[in-house]
Design a protein around this ligand. Sequence first.
Ligand SMILES: Cc1cc2nc3c(=O)[nH]c(=O)nc-3n(C[C@H](O)[C@H](O)[C@H](O)COP(=O)(O)OP(=O)(O)OC[C@H]3O[C@@H](n4cnc5c(N)ncnc54)[C@H](O)[C@@H]3O)c2cc1C
Length: 532
Amino acid sequence: MSEVIVVGGGIAGICAALELLDAGRHVLLLERDTAENFGGLAKESFGGIFLVGTPEQRRVGIHDTPELALADWRAFGELDPDDRWPCAWAEAYVQRCRDEVGGWLRQRGIGFLPAPHWVERGLFTPGNSVPRFHIVWGTGRELALRLIDQLERHPQRARLDLRFGHRVESLLAANGAITGCSGVAEENQQPFELHAGSVIVAAGGFNGNIERVRQHWHRDWGSPPPVILNGSHRYADGRLHDAVEAAGGRLTHLDSMWNYAAGVRHPRPRKPGHGLSLVPPRSALWLDWRGRRIGPMPLVTGFDTRDLVAQVCAQERQYSWQLMNRRIALKELAVSGAEFNPSIRDKKKFAFLRDLLFGNRWLYDEMIGTCEDFVFGRDLPELVDKMNALQGDSAVSLDAMRTATESYDAQIDRGQTFHNDEQLRRIAYVRHWKGDRIRTCKFQKILDPTAGPLIAVREFIISRKSLGGIQTDLQSRVLDHAGEAIPGLYAAGEAAGFGGGGMHGLRALEGGFLGGCILGGRIAGQAAAANT
Ligand SMILES: Cc1cc2nc3c(=O)[nH]c(=O)nc-3n(C[C@H](O)[C@H](O)[C@H](O)COP(=O)(O)OP(=O)(O)OC[C@H]3O[C@@H](n4cnc5c(N)ncnc54)[C@H](O)[C@@H]3O)c2cc1C
């Protein structure tokens, strides 16, 4: 019999299993997906990790401390100081991430790009005071593959039983303690029942289940939009959340989610409603369904992702358009994840630098050529016709688009001294940081005849991460409604809201997802090894 069952072969489950093997435990890892997809969402991810006080920060002159990071974290996430476990996990994460996440990964041969990115700077609530988003050289794919490789080569490999195609449905209990789990083998639909001293639930969030996303939609965002694309795992359905709840565990903050505003349909979908999350170009104009600029505060990425979602959801039709030209797209367009960042994913330094300096032609061609939500035109009338054809009516107004573009371009013509537009002010501000200067145009006019063709991208809300989940203490033990640990039951990663049932609060400073899964998975593995 295995000593510990780990449910879920994402990054949290892998880290838990590594710790359990280090402690010499017999581990059974049950994964619903195929062996090919071992690694879960981390393998598809961009691989940005929130770290504090690192060598990469120091090398580029950033002085950062856990105290500063914690103040940012609490403010941005609007954490309630009385919310014990999310606050405890937030504090533990900022204190421990440098060594137990970043240092631990470096020891395993995983490296980062030289300069951290500066994301989520905050808009109406303060965000990251300094850049902290450390990108794995090789993206999340490298991260997952390296750690899987370490499992495979582990000196205790013989103690690890990996079973794919196993869908866990419920937890088994005896005398108030969890003693195993049951489910169904996907291939032959045969039921199984497996027993162990402890079970670690690392089955991810629930944001792959769009009905559930709607059910828990946060009131700040009004009613859920008719189209929500799926940017999560096909099996992130919340089944294990229900199983934990049925076993007496407490679920918290399910309405805290990290969704994005700039989703487009995946050109080669691998699941229903499969979406891609664009990193929206800052120099593009963000327009509503009629082609009017959204405002009075213009939408600009990199400050408050949650607010972008709120603004788009407040529109009469809850999707938006971004208007840009080829020059802006080449320099600024990006897609989150490993799949559309091949130069970083495949560690091709020359291609990476070329894309950075001369524009990402591959991505431009790929998106223009294959994504149905991209349309282009030589001039505004042609573009508006195509936008209306895509949306199936004549809602986009040429006059509105003219007004938006001509007044914006006129501001640029007046010169920086006279810029009186919040988007231009923010572009000037982000360009102070060299990591952003190289990826942000210097006041690019939309209708510049040398920068065309014009491009409009229709963007939907895309679901991504569950910030809430199974409540855990600092040993990743699942807590019941009385706040007592349920013997033999642990949870980690996105299933546990990245720790404590919601360590980010309402907003995440970005990168604490992978980071939280690594730290939480390690802690769960260590605690289960010690207590089993
Ligand atoms: C495109 C993309 C880019 C991202 N970029 C970043 C980034 O740069 N930085 C960052 O911090 N985060 C990023 N993320 C988020 C991050 O990748 C995830 O939050 C994280 O990997 C979740 O890990 P996990 O192990 O908790 O869950 P998952 O990766 O979801 O793994 C859970 C596993 O459990 C399995 N499972 C589910 N249900 C069952 C069941 N009933 N029985 C058995 N097995 C089951 C699933 O098949 C899955 O393999 C990104 C995500 C995506 C999709």
